[in-house]
Design a protein around this ligand. Structure first.
Ligand SMILES: [Zn+2]
Length: 357
């Protein structure tokens, strides 16, 4: 759990968080945006062959978090934030937005019924090229291949990585984590080429899909949208936008927007930049997102957003992580500058080292 987690639990148990929340409110007027990926109760961690770091909470944990959010904070939609920002209107104190990245089918199966029951708005950012495909996401498949490939084949010279002889599952997990960090340093084309090579050379094509890593369908997304939830863009192919040519960048932004609008019948105005750290989006990406017609853009950099200077196309978020107990979650929401889960600015959606203000 680490120092922050223990401190968070301690603050929660002290019973002082509500008082501290009021004190903080006098001096700070900011917007908190929670970032989730997957909501999933893992029956057996050792049988889960995908990226564990993307499991943000169990079903029970998520429900408790949402109940706490409803009790002590003000859940609002991202569209409400955008509307208020454009109109120059204030947001309510303690406003919190709930967001999900990628488009895993557990968002529909597990998170959506809980949110609907509790009446909490949320935005689901999806990579449109994966929807209806049944195919696991690139980075997840990389983890899967490293965990499952025959040991003698696991060498990735492009990332200067190789499995040590006799390495067990934990060592494979560590190698997979390192591979995720390193692949994100490659340019977009090299990332795609590496994935194709590994699938071919290791004999692990992802075409058959996998029940533990499935994207949602358009039917599910239309149902969620009809129930009042927002569906935003997370690009088409989940590519790191800052690493793309201008033409590819515009395709990812415009095509995902057009597909969402065609499928859902309403303007798509929100985006979260895939991977979301400094190496995944920059001023060029933000300018292109504005030109494409997005009103709001979310990063994956840890922090809250000062309402006085809301950077609505480069919003900070607060990642929620699987090992975060309810006490830490409460403390993180209440005192995010001290108790949030730090993300690395340079890669993301996984690697963590520092927390931006
Ligand atoms: Zn993502």
């Amino acid at each position: 759990m680490g120092m922050r987690g223990r401190l968070g639990e301690l603050c929660h148990r002290s019973g002082m968080l509500r008082m501290l929340q009021r004190v903080r409110q006098w001096g700070r007027h900011d917007l908190r945006i929670l970032a989730y990926h997957r909501v999933l109760t893992l029956a057996e961690r050792s049988h889960f062959d995908f990226d564990l770091d993307l499991v943000s909470a169990s079903a029970e944990g998520f429900r408790e978090q949402m109940l706490l959010l409803k009790r002590h904070f003000r859940p609002i939609s991202l569209t409400a934030v955008a509307t208020a920002a454009v109109a120059g209107q204030p947001l309510p104190p303690d406003a919190v937005v709930v967001t999900f990245d990628d488009g895993y089918d557990d968002n529909y199966r597990v998170a959506y019924p809980i949110l609907r029951e509790l009446g909490i708005p949320a935005t689901f950012f999806v990579s449109t090229g994966y929807i209806d495909s049944g195919l696991p996401y690139d980075y997840d498949w990389l983890v899967h291949m490293i965990l499952r490939a025959p040991a003698e084949r696991v060498a990735i010279p492009e990332l200067s990585l190789e499995l040590a002889p006799g390495a067990g599952r934990d060592a494979r997990r560590r190698l997979a984590g390192e591979a995720l960090s390193r692949i994100k340093m490659l340019d977009g084309e090299a990332q795609t080429a590496l994935m194709k090579r590994l699938e071919r050379d290791w004999g692990m094509p992802r075409g058959g899909g996998h029940p533990d890593c499935r994207p949602m369908s358009w039917k599910q997304l239309r149902e969620m949208h009809a129930a009042g939830f927002e569906i935003g863009s997370h690009g088409v192919h989940h590519r790191m936008l800052a690493k793309l040519s201008q033409q590819e960048l515009e395709f990812e932004l415009c095509e995902s927007k057009a597909v969402l609008e065609r499928q859902l019948g309403v303007p798509a105005t929100t985006i979260s930049y895939p991977v979301g750290g400094d190496s995944a989006f920059d001023d060029r990406v933000v300018d292109a997102a504005i030109t494409a017609g997005y009103q709001v853009g979310c990063s994956y950099i840890c922090g809250t957003n000062a309402l006085a200077q809301l950077q609505r196309h480069a919003l900070y978020r607060l990642p929620v992580e699987r090992m975060m107990g309810l006490g830490w979650f409460d403390a993180m929401l209440t005192l995010p500058e001290w108790l949030s889960y730090p993300t690395s600015r340079t890669s993301t959606e996984a690697a963590r080292t520092e927390c931006s203000p």
